[in-house]
Design a protein around this ligand. Structure first.
Ligand code: GDD
Ligand code: MN
Length: 239
């Protein structure tokens, strides 16, 4: 498929204490993206001064490529995405982690998949084909598999990786889904896929490998897991 000239991709990078990772992920994005794009960094007042690093990157790559949309304090991953979407100028949105767990080399595959099937959403999946998880301990694997399994059984969403957060969306489709969205934290991704099925949007999948972060630590704590369980039950009861 040939690239549509007007297509523009807004990449949302939520950050909380990612000062070591940010320069590398931005460099990799610039290296792998051959399309029209912007990188929107949503930093939530990181104590490690990630925002300073982001400003330096903006100085290097320019204000067109690196857009800064910081918030005062840590308000949660789900609302960080929503905040980023409001400022996106592309007709497609790509959501990914900033800690190098999601490799930008997969993005051209997402774009090709989207064009090939004219999909509304393309979801990276760790659970089919060559996809996988590297570097997680057993506990983390059980949590992820468990969350997926429970959600599959309760909500039957028609996608293999529900909690993954490496995805491409048509912007207008994502906006519609966000309007129906109730979650504020990590459960956002799962809710998006459920809403997509509800609203009849098409979903393509691309196998991805998820590599655990080297720098810094995960922000997924016990509280987020409880929020996930609550969100799942809420969606089960209401959809
Ligand atoms: N702005 C902002 N605000 N960014 C945040 C916040 C927040 O409150 N919490 C986390 N982030 C950023 C991190 O800096 C990172 O870029 C990304 O969101 C993912 O956070 P991690 O803390 O690295 O998540 P994880 O590796 O434990 O979890 C991954 O796997 C989960 C389960 O598959 C992520 O991909 C999750 O989205 C996914 O649900
Ligand atoms: Mn991570």
């Amino acid at each position: 498929m040939s690239a549509n000239k007007e297509d523009k991709y807004s990449i949302l990078l939520p950050t909380y204490n990612e000062r070591e990772n940010l320069p590398i992920i931005v460099w990799l994005l610039v290296k792998h993206l051959k399309c029209d794009y912007e990188i929107i960094i949503i930093d939530d007042g990181s104590p490690d001064n990630t925002l300073e690093v982001a400003k330096q990157l903006q100085g290097i790559y320019g204000e067109k490529k690196i857009v800064l949309r910081p918030r005062e304090k840590k308000l949660g991953l789900g609302t960080a995405y929503v905040h980023g979407i409001k400022h996106a100028t592309g007709n497609f949105i790509i959501i990914m982690d900033a800690d190098l767990s999601h490799h930008p080399k997969f993005i051209p595959q997402f774009i090709e998949k989207q064009k090939g099937g004219d999909y509304d959403i393309v979801s990276g999946t760790r659970y089919i084909g060559n996809g996988g998880v590297f570097g997680w301990d057993l506990k983390r694997k059980v949590i992820s598999r468990g969350a997926n399994f429970l959600t599959q059984i309760l909500l039957r969403p028609g996608a293999s990786d529900l909690t993954g957060s490496f995805r491409l969306y048509r912007k207008d489709v994502l906006e519609k889904m966000v309007n129906a969205c109730v979650s504020k934290g990590y459960v956002f991704q799962m809710e998006m896929i459920i809403r997509a099925r509800q609203l009849g949007y098409s979903i393509g999948e691309v196998p991805i490998s998820f590599v655990d972060r080297v720098y810094g630590e995960s922000k997924l704590g016990g509280n987020e897991i409880i929020q996930f369980a609550k969100g799942l039950l809420y969606l089960f009861a209401t959809t």
